[in-house]
Structures are given as structure tokens and as C-alpha cells.
Write a protein that binds this ligand. Structure first.
Ligand code: ATP
Length: 289
């Protein structure tokens, strides 16, 4: 049987708001999410190893059940009631790890799409999305991707109009930020500001890039943490190059800026690359299925 290949695209947060705390310990979120063209390459191959394992070009990424891609494959097989004699998932990682770009979630979503192709589209896109809810925080969004509003834990999704054409410059400082640690810190202080999510939705409906960018906001940037100084420094550098707007994505540490002009974006990326190893330009990606 032929290998199945899938692209696992990264996501960025155009906005990120926390709207409440829940009894189950999770937070209620409201986020405008966007798929971007930075991606990992996934290859799924059946074998007779008797195991389901992932292999990656990054040695510190686990190959067992701790890998969201492995969990997604097992969950899919459980759901359709099939067994395999062995499965190998190869992951070529280009999405920076611990960046707030949903790398693990996106790998898992790509595995769900790939497994569904392997088993003759036994599940509909909606069923795949439902299955993804319990695999990783952003996996449900990453199944279909595109532009969406994510609420609840991130699993309640509303499709939005395509993001206007533009160029993103994404820059990740050397350090990563632990998601649980950042939630703990944000719970300790009242939130001073919230993004104007309705304004962003309105601007998206009108396809007005400038109005979207003016409203981009991530509540996690308010956390009292010395690492946010680096985040602010990158944002200032992006402003110097004429970004329309710039925020941290998810729980960081990656920061992105939006540009209308490709040359300006490339100049900003080249300049930042001198100080930060992980620096890319990317474009919005439309809905995947
Ligand atoms: P998010 O935006 O969803 O918060 P993130 O960018 O902060 O994600 P990831 O890069 O997805 O974080 O991964 C963080 C942790 O998840 C890593 O420590 C890693 O060991 C684990 N992990 C599990 N599966 C994967 C995977 N397929 N790719 C990358 N990391 C994975």
C-alpha cells in the first residue's frame, strides 16, 4: 500500500481572549485563528512492526503516546473499529516547537486527515473535527484550518471569511514558554484589556486588513514575565519595518507581524534573522477540507 503524505500547517492567533474560568479547570477562550503556510511534513506508512510510533527529525520529540500524532492515529482506529499490524508516522518538523503555533496539534490533525484517506474517507470532515476535540487543544481547528473563531476550550468552531491576502513575518525567540505556567500567571491578576473580537469579525467580513490588524490583541502579553520584554522588542522591530500590526501567538513565544507589502516583509525577516534563528515569512492558508 502507498504511503500517505499530508502537510501539517501551523496556526497563529489573530486575537486571543480569556472570557472565564470553568469548573473543569479549563479556561473559556475566544480566539480568531488563522492557518499559515509554515508546515511540518507527515508521512503515514503501514508496516508489521506491531506498534504505532512516530519518528521525527528532532530527537527530543517523543515517538510514543506522548506524541499527539500517535494519539490521533490510535483514536482514529478506535473510532472506526479497525486494527493495523503496525504503523509508522514520519514527521519532518519545520514548525518551531513551543512557539504557540500549534505544531503538535497540527501534526495530529494531519494524521487524522491522512488516516481518513488511508481508510477511504470513512469519516466526514465534521466527524474528523469532532474526533480531534480530545486529542490536543488546537487539533479540532487544525483539521479544517483556514480562518475560524474558536470558543470554549478551543473546540467550538465557527468558520469565518478567508483572511485578506498578506504576508506574515513570524519570529520565535530562543526560549519557549510553558502553557500551564502562563495560565497560572494570568490567573493571578485581573485582565486589564480584552481584544475587540467583534470588531475583528466585522473587519474580516469587510476584508479590511488594516482594520483587522489594528485590533489584533493577545491577553497573554499582559502577563508579568521578563520574557515579554523580548516579545515587545520583536514587535518594535517589526513596527520599524512598517508592520500593520503585531502580536504574540497563543502562549508564545513566537511573535508575528502582518505586512501588505512582500518586500517590506522580506526586509523585516532578514533583519530579525540576524538576531533570531527561527524567523520566517508565511502567507495565510485557506480552509483545507
Ligand atoms: P500550542 O500553540 O498548541 O500551545 P505549542 O507551539 O506551544 O502549541 P508544540 O510545539 O505543539 O507547542 O509542542 C509542545 C510540546 O508538545 C513539546 O514539548 C512536545 O514534546 C510535545 N509534543 C507532542 N507531540 C508533538 C508533535 N507532534 N510535535 C511537536 N511537539 C509535540
Amino acid at each position: 500500500m502507498k504511503d500517505i503524505k499530508e502537510k501539517a500547517y501551523a496556526k497563529i492567533n489573530i486575537s486571543l481572549d480569556i472570557t472565564g474560568c470553568r469548573d473543569d479547570g479549563y479556561h473559556d477562550m475566544m480566539m480568531v485563528m488563522q492557518t499559515v503556510s509554515i508546515c511540518d511534513d507527515i508521512k503515514i506508512s503501514l508496516n508489521d512492526s506491531g506498534t504505532i510510533r512516530a519518528y521525527s527529525n528532532l530527537r527530543f520529540i517523543p515517538g510514543d503516546d506522548r506524541n499527539l500524532a500517535v494519539r490521533a492515529a490510535k483514536r482514529y482506529l478506535e473510532e472506526i473499529g479497525e486494527r493495523v499490524s503496525g504503523l509508522r508516522i514520519d514527521i519532518r518538523k519545520d514548525i518551531p516547537v513551543g512557539a504557540g503555533m500549534g505544531g503538535g496539534s497540527s501534526d495530529a490533525a494531519a494524521v487524522l486527515r491522512g488516516m481518513n484517506r488511508l481508510f477511504d474517507d470513512r469519516l466526514s470532515p465534521d466527524e474528523l473535527q469532532k474526533l480531534a476535540e480530545n486529542v490536543g487543544s488546537d487539533t479540532a481547528f487544525c483539521v479544517k484550518g483556514g480562518t475560524a473563531l474558536a470558543e470554549g476550550r478551543g473546540e467550538i468552531l465557527t468558520e469565518l471569511p478567508d483572511f485578506p491576502d498578506c504576508f506574515f513575518v513570524v519570529c520565535k525567540p530562543e526560549f519557549s514558554i510553558s502553557t500551564p505556567e502562563l495560565f497560572k500567571k494570568i490567573d493571578a491578576v485581573p485582565l486589564r484589556h480584552h481584544p475587540d473580537t467583534c470588531g475583528i469579525l466585522d473587519a474580516l467580513n469587510k476584508g479590511n486588513l488594516k482594520e483587522i490588524c489594528r485590533r489584533m490583541y493577545n491577553v497573554f502579553e499582559d502577563v508579568d514575565d521578563r520574557r515579554m520584554r523580548t516579545v515587545a522588542e520583536i514587535k518594535n522591530r517589526l513596527l520599524d519595518f512598517g508592520t500593520l500590526g503585531s502580536i504574540m501567538t497563543g502562549t508564545g513565544s513566537a511573535v508575528f507581524g502582518v505586512f501588505e507589502d512582500k518586500n517590506k516583509a522580506q526586509l523585516a525577516a532578514e533583519s530579525l534573522k540576524q538576531d533570531y534563528r527561527f524567523c520566517f515569512t508565511a502567507m495565510p492558508v485557506k480552509k483545507l477540507m
